[in-house]
Ligand binder design. Sequence first.
Ligand SMILES: *Cc1c(COP(=O)(O)O)cnc(C)c1O
Length: 488
Amino acid sequence: MADQKDFPVIFELSKEGRKGCSLPDLDVPEVDLASEFGDDYIRTDEPDLPELSELQLIRHYTALSRRNYGVDTGFYPLGSCTMKYNPKMNEDVARFEGFSHVHPLQETETVQGSLELMYDLQTSLEEISGMNTVTLQPAAGAHGEWTGLMMIRAYHEQNGDTERTEVIVPDSAHGTNPASATVAGFKAVTVKTDENGLVDLEDLKRVVGPKTAAFMLTNPNTLGLFEEHILEMAEIVHDAGGKLYYDGANLNAIMGYVRPGDMGFDVVHLNLHKTFTGPHGGGGPGSGPIGITAELAPFLPKPVLVKNGDFFEFDYNRPHSIGRVKPYYGNFGINVRAYTYIRTMGPDGLKKVSEYAVLNANYVMRRLQEKYALPFDQHCKHEFVLSGKNQKKLGVRTLDIAKRLLDYGFHPPTIYFPLNVEEAMMMEPTETESKETLDEFIDAMLEIAKETEDQPELVQDAPHTTVVSRLDETLAARKPVLRYMKED
Ligand SMILES: *Cc1c(COP(=O)(O)O)cnc(C)c1O
């Protein structure tokens, strides 16, 4: 653990009487607060606030911000939930006053431009995903999953099909899939992955049936592999009366090449804060629009944005709607960024994104294969999963490798996910990194593999260069210390 002095708490910098700001003289009549509100409401002791100069304060927070790691500071190969490219132009556009200063309760006549942007974004996403209608209301991927499943539920109920209580989810699925199914009132049923890393068709045939409400699939799946039997699976599920749900959180492997709608899917969610460049640090805000088939349109969350002639407005008269799923109309700021990105790239640009995402992932995967086990040895799409099982035999675990990467200045990959790979390391280099950056990362990974063989303790005790070393993450989550208390 680094010296606490390296990591000062702002209270410890405090010196009595020091000031970082000056308030103007009072230019309104002074009010006697005690007679106005009563003595009980008037505090008598001074608040215990740190007293610092402006420079101290600025330096303190600037120093803290530089200890943060983000996509603007370095390579971030996190698989699945990757923070991708955050173009700065998006930020400029999202700050245009016409977008940033509107109020959701304004009369629609006064916000036609914003509504047009939302409408055009929906249309673009419909084209990209091959779906009939898109709603921008869901605020994140998981929220989109839940919204889509609630619509599927409403659809089955309308058909009097009330026995459909199960949602099938592959064992490699993102954790939000079974969670959303459960929250939507279904029972999540697992289907296995076969030895090629794809959904086991025989197992799917075994679990599908009259109770199946839907099958949720990520494609490319979380192993980064394209589900080759996708059309066959669609047929199996549809023949049994179930609906197909596509987890399209990471569309950057297939955009411009294939579309969930053409694969037979009934609902798809897209993460605009992943594929479509919305920054999602610190847990939000996100945007997880869903696309649906025409058959499901009556159940869309309301209000639905419609275009009458040249006029954009909200349709509230939706008797079969599942209701509102978000106050107002979705996370507009993230939608502006996604729209800007799509318009900047154009159809050919989005296709190039897929090409580079897949090329970069395969390049890194093939070079790392020299030292790390590759459980499913096939071409990957935008991401791939390695296993640290060779290193584990030498006493170095995947967690140690991830920590050692910090010493080399890289954000670690996703580890121990998906669950069906021992000592998993899931990596997504993304489409925007240069070959030089990819090579530096690969070299670091290969160097760590060498250290594992020659001096394992160096890896086991990592990180050595960060402000704090290994943290007790469980304790931090279970018993967070959220309030600073001065030691007397
Ligand atoms: C990120 C992700 C999700 C969940 O999206 P959130 O916006 O974090 O709720 C779901 N599925 C996959 C495959 C993802 O990568």
